[in-house]
Write a protein that binds this ligand. Structure first.
Ligand code: USQ
Length: 409
């Protein structure tokens, strides 16, 4: 299969590109280096030393004998170039990771909200319009998020894969319909993914585009079978308050002796998936596309649910780290139940890697190996969702140590 990966230099895009290339697919990457520019803006870099994209690609050629070409263009801006690329490369599938993906970054300021909305919404619309313009029958697989649903299951009901059966009263009595699950975004970033979902509905119906939306949970881990093959292929490992995700942050914090930063009670339940399973899921999705004229195929790309405090306790047991409960900078429920259906990817052959599988130790080891590269001043989450949250997280008085700490376990 010929596969074009938009955002192929990022945390999920890079290991996916290598995995598909290793599996014999013809892969090309589109990336404009946006994620690396945000590292510079935030003055925060990956804990692991990642190589420039050109070095990564020549290392991959050396290690695997396979070539991945790269194109530097901005999806959402360079429309003609994107159409030309589609017509020249003639992909069977496009995988779309080319969006700003951090909720805290999207909430930092009005400027960051606008950057996230303009970049993400235009990128998604441009790839859809470009596929139509190309005249090719290309399957689009998009990295969505579990956050489009919100995190509350209605009275214990599981979150379905995209569509919710509802009863509607008509003149002839009650009929059952399936509607797109009501969107309930919790950040500007998540809002853009709910808008993507509407664009997909439109193009699937209007132009019979074949589209898969993969609603992914929080990714943990860093390395995959392919990124482990050579130090120059190493994946990024974000730990800063904007881009670091919760479990990887806890493992890194334990490695550098920083108390684990649990927001509020830590009763937030979220869906999780290991990065190795992410890359496998993408290939499964590409090998099983919807038919032309079929509605958007939605699959929940997650393998298990955990509460934030359970993860902190797990990491603390493993490493002896201290747990601290901090005022929550996010506007989110303190406690929630979450049950998620994920039988579609399981039915396609996904064999989930779970937290008990010992991989936690491998990640703790990576975090320890590169602990000397950490800048501890980048660990606190300083992006607040609104003025009330900002006031609640501010230190009580000048000179307070450990900004806004509520309690330690
Ligand atoms: N949290 C803490 N302490 C921390 C960091 C986070 O308690 O130091 C809490 C947050 O308040 C939140 C939960 O952990 O309740 C998850 O936060 P996160 O930063 O790990 O994940 P999130 O912001 O939800 O976003 C990540 C990815 C995003 C993806 C999403 C999937 O950055 O791209 O779409 O996970 S999901 O969460 O299922 O919507």
């Amino acid at each position: 299969m010929r596969v074009l990966i938009l955002g192929g230099d990022g945390f999920c895009g890079w290991p996916t590109s290598l995995h598909l290339s290793a599996r014999g697919h013809e892969v090309a990457i589109v990336d404009n280096g946006a994620r690396r520019r945000i590292d510079l803006e935030l003055d925060a870099s990956s804990l692991t030393p990642i190589e420039p994209l050109a070095t990564r690609l020549s290392a991959w050629r050396e290690v695997s004998g396979r070539t991945i070409e790269a194109h530097d263009l901005t999806v959402g801006r360079d429309f003609e170039a994107l159409v030309d690329l589609l017509q020249g490369f003639r992909p069977d599938a496009v995988v779309h990771f080319a969006e700003q993906r951090a909720a805290p970054y999207s909430m930092k300021s009005a400027e960051h909200k606008r950057y996230t909305v303009c970049g993400n919404v235009c990128a998604t619309h441009d790839i859809l319009a470009a596929i139509v313009e190309s005249g090719l029958d290309i399957h689009l697989a998009h990295l969505g998020t579990m956050g489009v649903y919100g995190y509350g299951a209605a009275q214990g009901a599981a979150i379905p894969e995209g569509y919710l059966p509802v009863q509607v009263e008509t003149a002839d009595g009650w009929v059952t319909r399936e509607i797109l699950y009501p969107a309930n975004p919790g950040s500007i970033y998540h809002l853009t993914k709910t808008q993507d979902a509407l664009a997909f509905q439109f193009y699937a119906r209007n132009d019979a585009l074949r589209i898969t939306d993969l609603h992914q949970g929080i990714v943990w881990g860093a390395q995959t079978e392919e990124t482990r093959l050579d130090p120059r292929l190493i994946n990024r490992f974000d730990y800063d308050g904007d881009y670091g995700t919760v479990l990887n942050r806890f493992l890194m914090q334990a490695a550098v002796g920083y108390p684990l930063t649990v927001h509020g009670s830590g009763g937030q339940t979220r869906a999780f998936i290991n990065i190795q399973d992410t890359v496998r899921c993408i290939e499964l999705a590409l090998l099983n596309p919807p038919a032309r004229g079929e509605r958007v195929k939605v699959m929940n790309q997650m393998t298990e649910c955990w509460r934030v405090r359970e993860l902190a306790q797990m990491v603390s047991r493993l490493t002896g780290a201290v747990i601290e409960h901090l005022p929550n900078p996010r506007q989110e429920a303190d406690e929630n139940e979450l049950v998620v259906e994920n039988h579609r990817l399981l039915a396609l052959g996904l064999a989930p890697i779970t937290l008990e599988d010992g991989l936690l130790l491998e990640i703790a080891e990576i975090a320890r190996r590169y602990a000397h590269r950490a800048d501890l001043s980048k660990i606190p989450c300083v992006s607040c969702w609104n003025a009330e949250r900002a006031a609640a997280t501010a230190p009580a008085s000048i000179g307070d140590v450990g900004v806004g700490v509520m309690a330690a376990e």
